[in-house]
Design a protein around this ligand. Sequence first.
Ligand code: F3S
Length: 281
Amino acid sequence: MEVILAKSAGFCFGVRRAVDTVYQQVKCGGQIYTYGPIIHNEAVVQDLEEKGVRVLQEEELEDLQEGTVIIRSHGVPKRVCRMIEEKGLTCVDATCPFVKRIHRIVEKESGAGKQIVIIGNPGHPEVEGIMGWSETPAIVVETEKEAENLDCPAGKDVCLVSQTTFNYNKFQDLVEIIQKKGYNISVANTICNATEERQAEAKLIASQVDAMIVIGGTHSSNTRKLYEICRKECEYTCFIQTLDDLQLDFPDSVFRVGITAGASTPNYIIEEVQNYVRVNF
Ligand code: F3S
């Protein structure tokens, strides 16, 4: 059986970097905390817990006396970094460099007097983090209605950034609405294309194979989307969480199998599935 594994399967660059950082810190010893779960994958969080890594809730930071606090790839508001330092704790910043870039833009431009507008979901931790780097209150816009109703302080120039995972077409539509309002506006397209690349590669592989395996959590919306994309290209597409779910009953005509995985699927699960298919079919 020929197996084609998507290069973009699983963790994106920023998440992989953050998870690797935690494992590296474990080797250094001492009490390690992650500021919120490092990734939305129970198996990984549990494995880290067994290695002594604790997930820190926001309200717990105040009482913490010692240890190392790791910031996850989403990033945090500036005040959180300050608090960790002021308390004399060790701060290991695993914020994705693409998110860090937004923090720098927002800090600089708000410091220069501009009104920051963030295109994104106001409840998402990444957006909360970005807001926290603006020197003056930032405005978050998620819908067309909010873009139409946007009311920035008179005379202020506007700097517009985006949440990294925001849909590009929707971003363009919202920018267009805001640009018509007559502000002096600078736009930084800070969308990361890791998700789009994963989807494009999955589509390409699914169109070239006889069967496709999509690995990821059943509640993971990005994995579900991957499944839908692959299903359109390849009739024999299956969705599994781990190797245990794999019940391959392929017809004899299946010679090539493609594999991809959602953003929070760890490498070892992908490898297990890949090895199993290679050996057993
Ligand atoms: Fe991942 Fe960083 Fe992009 S966390 S989705 S590589 S912004």
